[in-house]
Design a protein around this ligand. Structure first.
Ligand SMILES: [Zn+2]
Length: 100
């Protein structure tokens, strides 16, 4: 893993808060550093989770990370095609190539 997007810092008086990569405070103040660390982890997870266009159908969907680039219907579809030996590809080739 690279450098964390969120860091926990002491803000004085024994309290802690979460700061983003730009040094902006993005959480409330916590009396316990563990609470702040938990918050930082959840913020980092949320930051990775964002709406991305599906690689296959280009429809936006909630992606859990850069590894996750296909929406659920397409993923299911791809898994089904792989299982069936991708019949749509052979049909497309047989009927005169791919539509432009
Ligand atoms: Zn899709």
């Amino acid at each position: 893993m690279s450098a964390p997007d969120y860091t926990v810092r002491s803000v004085g008086n024994g309290r802690f808060a979460v700061f983003n990569a730009k040094g902006v405070r993005v959480s409330g103040l916590y009396d316990c550093k563990d609470f702040a660390l938990t918050r930082a982890e959840s913020l980092a997870r949320q930051a990775r989770r964002q709406e991305r266009p599906c690689l296959t159908c280009a429809k936006p969907f909630m992606s859990e990370g850069i590894h996750n680039r296909m929406c659920n219907p397409c993923r299911r579809d791809a898994a089904g095609k792989a299982y069936l030996g991708d019949p749509s590809m052979t049909q497309g080739a047989a009927s005169g190539g791919l539509p432009s």
